[in-house]
Design a binder for this molecule. Structure first.
Ligand SMILES: C[S@@+](CC[C@H](N)C(=O)[O-])C[C@H]1O[C@@H](n2cnc3c(N)ncnc32)[C@H](O)[C@@H]1O
Ligand SMILES: *[C@@H]1O[C@H](CO)[C@@H](O)[C@H](O)[C@H]1NC(C)=O
Length: 224
């Protein structure tokens, strides 16, 4: 869908508020929509940005948006060589398999408003597990030590140094959210609500239609 959802505004503000969490990190987003999160990640100096979506026309629009910002790059080899560019990739959660993800190193997985369709939830959880496990054997974690200014809850590290996911969400339907929470727990994912500790600064005061209080931020890691 080609519009901006409050969750992506909140996630963008979170990225701009804690740039050190994302600088020099490989970032991989699910359900990127228009791609605003990618622009912010590039802005704070992420070493690689991979945006994905499972809708072909959304992906075309996303690429056009990245081109307008001089950020779009077609070839994954070029992404590896040139810093600060954004790759847009087709990724459907239903179809995704390990081999689709093997070439994408990731320290941080992101998502904004991707928990809303109960029939997608099991697939989304499966993809999150694959991304957080990084068990394609290629993942090299480069997580920096916890920055003193940021509470441990928010920090982009896990005890094992594995990838971390930040998912911003608006809970429109409690049943759908509970379905996600249960599927995540069954899959041995730890889901921590960091909404209040993350408290991003307001970078988008001119977005008057954006109700930040409706958005929650979850930090998700693999329970080892
Ligand atoms: C509500 S929009 C959010 C877009 C953007 N992250 C934002 O917050 O503005 C959900 C996005 O997830 C994508 N999506 C939904 N189901 C998906 C699936 N099963 N596989 C891949 N992408 C999916 C949609 O195409 C859409 O772009
Ligand atoms: C997460 O925390 C926020 C703020 O502390 C709270 O309003 C919200 O209900 C919590 N959400 C969940 C799913 O626990």
């Amino acid at each position: 869908r080609c519009c901006l959802w409050p969750s992506s505004l909140f996630l963008s503000e979170f990225i701009l508020s804690f740039p050190e969490l994302f600088a020099k990190k490989c970032c991989f987003e699910l359900g990127s929509g228009v791609g605003l999160v990618g622009v912010c990640l590039n802005h704070v100096g992420a070493s690689k940005v991979i945006l994905t979506d499972g809708d072909a026309s959304t992906l075309t629009n996303m690429k056009a948006n990245m081109e307008m910002n001089n950020l779009h790059i077609e070839d994954s080899q070029l992404v590896k060589e040139s810093k600060n560019k954004v790759e847009c990739k087709y990724l459907s959660w239903e179809e995704a398999c390990e081999s689709d993800l093997r070439d994408y190193q990731r320290d941080i997985v992101l998502g904004a408003d991707i928990i809303y369709n109960p029939s997608c939830v099991p697939h989304l959880v499966r993809v999150l597990c694959m991304l957080l496990r990084g068990d394609d054997g290629r993942h090299e974690s480069v997580n920096a030590a916890t920055n003193g200014e940021i509470g441990d809850e928010v920090s982009g590290t896990t005890a094992t140094g594995g990838p971390v996911a930040y998912i911003a969400t608006v809970i429109r339907n409690a049943d759908t959210f509970n379905c996600f929470a249960k599927a995540a727990a069954d899959a041995k994912l730890s889901v921590v609500n960091i909404t209040s500790s993350a408290a991003p600064s307001s970078f988008l005061p001119y977005m008057i239609s954006y109700d930040r209080s409706s958005v929650q931020l979850l930090k998700i890691t693999l329970l080892s």
